[in-house]
Design a protein. Structure first.
Length: 326
């Protein structure tokens, strides 16, 4: 007799989250792999590998194998998943691994197959894919299977997935490659252009978390940023303010609000009426950006809600899918 271990995986560009079928988070670590260039051997994954970014010797590279929500390096993605699946639970020769994994709503059939193949290569026997906004809606405990429209905006690291769900399916959707990574890239670009200074992605993320906002907020401040001077190559530090970063983030955020409006414009009238009643639900790690919910609410003229543990909604939704598949 074969025993089954069931895992739900939110395979994100920035973070990979693994849940069991009860929705308990087993692993929540960065989607990063550290590899020895000469031997091609994986040295570290997750938190340990992320700490190596920008600090490795020439013989080691620390990379993110997923870009914009899809697989950029198949082998590294498989190695990373294999590590996460192995660490998730005990296994034996008599254990069959069943996985539900999320994918962005805008991926092609080739990209879907690449994810499925990578998960199988990592050791899973049964693999089922679920679109990220549907998983997010399940994780947020929305009435997905009712004859009622619910709107979810899942803003992760690589993609922003917007969907209107009803009767267990997606009635309208849009996926754009503007999300948390695009906000970080905008900060890196700003530091280059305005201060002739080069900073890494980890520093950009730290700036976003400390000062980033979509609207003015109480307690705005400033911070000192250290990096490399692009003119003479020497270390340099400058002070930047919350207002500076809000201006920098305004362009990528406007792309997100525009995509939400475009999705609403193609939504059936009856479903639109439901969304006006229930509001829009923001999920994903980037939903925590200060003032983002307020800005989207003003742009769409609809109430916006952020569920508890919004960054875990997709992962928890994959576990809901696991339980329903039984």
């Amino acid at each position: 007799m074969l025993f089954s271990r069931d895992l739900g995986i939110d395979l994100g560009t920035s973070n990979t989250i693994v849940c069991d079928k009860r929705g308990r988070v087993i692993i929540n670590e960065p989607s990063v792999v550290a590899v020895d260039v000469k031997t091609k051997r994986v040295l570290a994954t997750g938190n340990e590998a992320k700490s190596m970014i920008g600090r490795t010797p020439g013989s080691i590279i620390a990379v993110r194998p997923l870009q914009d929500g899809v697989i950029a390096d198949f082998d590294m993605t498989s190695d990373m998943l294999r590590s996460f699946i192995y660490r998730s639970s005990k296994r034996s020769l008599f254990t069959r691994t069943r996985v539900v994994v999320s994918v962005p709503s805008g991926v092609t059939e080739v990209e879907r197959r690449a994810v499925e193949d990578a998960v199988r290569s990592a050791g899973a026997q049964d693999v089922e894919l679920i679109e990220s906004p549907m998983a997010a809606a399940l994780g947020a405990e929305l009435p997905v299977y009712d004859a009622k429209g619910s709107m979810v905006v899942d803003i992760g690291g690589g993609t922003c997935d917007i969907a209107v769900v009803s009767l267990g399916g997606i009635a309208a959707c849009k996926s754009i490659k503007t999300a948390g990574d695009a906000l970080d890239a905008a900060i890196v670009d700003y530091m280059k252009k305005e201060h002739n200074m080069l900073i890494g992605s980890n520093t950009a993320e730290e700036i976003k978390l400390k000062l980033g906002s979509a609207c003015p907020y109480d307690g705005e401040g400033a911070m000192e940023v250290r990096g490399r001077n692009l003119i003479d190559g020497l270390p340099k530090s400058v002070e930047i303010t919350s207002q500076d970063i809000r201006f920098v983030l305004s362009e990528p955020i406007s792309k997100i609000t525009s995509a939400i409006r475009e999705t609403l414009e193609v939504t059936l009238p009856e479903l639109s009426a439901d969304i006006i009643d229930s509001g829009i639900y923001l999920t994903g790690g980037t939903s925590a950006l200060r003032g983002l919910a307020q800005l989207i609410s003003e742009a769409a003229r609809i109430d916006v809600h952020i569920p508890e543990q919004a960054e875990l909604c997709v992962a928890k939704g994959t576990s809901v899918k696991l339980r329903r598949a039984r």
